[in-house]
Design a binder for this molecule. Sequence first.
Ligand code: NAD
Length: 338
Amino acid sequence: MIRVAVNGYGTIGKRVADAVTLQPDMELVGVAKTRPNHEAETAVRKGYPLYAAIEDRVHLFEEAGIELAGTVEELVEAADVVVDACPSGIGAENKAMYEAYDTPALYQGGESADLVDVSFNARGNYDEAEGADHVRVVSCNTTGLSRLLAPVEEAYGVEKARVTLVRRGGDPGQTGRGPINDILPNPVTLPSHHGPDVNTIFPDLDIDTLGMKVPATLMHTHSVNVTLEDAPDAADEVRDLLAEESRLFLIPERHDIDGAGKLKEYAYDIGRPRGDLWENCIWEESVSIEGDDLYLFQAIHQESDVVPENVDAIRAVLGEADRGESMARTDETMGVGL
Ligand code: NAD
């Protein structure tokens, strides 16, 4: 059994912890939190051993009547691998602690690529993570782009990809984020950081990205244009190619899903935990071929698409399964694939 610790139990951390408990080859040693808020209480209710991320704050948990299993250093020492899901920049501060206990660490997309040995996407570069001590699971948007571009590159060759990312202003719980009434080119200058981030997975891929931010919390939406080296005659061929990928969901036209609101409604209706959509959601009828150019729209659920990737990264780092085995096991246990 792979003993997994989760340090940082927020939007990403709590989802990764739940996914780890579903894996037959993994055991969740515990989760670390800074504050005794509702998420701390829920972790305890789920039976997850809870550790204090900051020693000086142990008394806050005691005052709140929340029982602790220990401190984060004890958790890191007891684990074979730690998933750091702390806010951007805190992972970098934690690196020395993981090194002190010789525990391999996975970080999230908010950390700099320079912090780690390898940036990771299961479909894109699974094998490169084997044996690495510090691995970064790339951001929600980079995960969405990597999953899409990997099969397209393999089948047709990518001459150039151009993507405009219409990004949600914040997650539903991030009440302090915005904009609340604006449409922002963000950043105003090219490229947005997403293109260079995709190049941490596919160094040779030619990609330009532009970013915008809008007053929405549900999902991101990508407008994708890929000039292909060897374009197929018909868009149906591309649809068939994408439909074979378990982490790409082709939204059928008959579903009458016109945006992120109905996508989330669908996720709740089919009983997805937290209304999560782990797959890229690609509008089937948007997939078009014009000469050498492929066009499509996809929506990305920022809070959850990186979760199966974290599970795979755990196995990749420890060399416990090859890409196909790991992705299949993760998909089956979590129920990924629509
Ligand atoms: P979050 O704020 O929801 O959760 C972070 C958690 O870490 C919080 O519970 C916070 O209290 C806790 N924390 C803060 N300092 C800590 C410390 N020193 N030790 C332990 N825990 C600490 O953040 P998030 O959205 O889950 O983001 C985490 C990482 O995942 C970031 O790198 C982010 O860029 C990345 N990411 C976020 C999203 C998203 O849309 N939310 C998507 C993909 C990747």
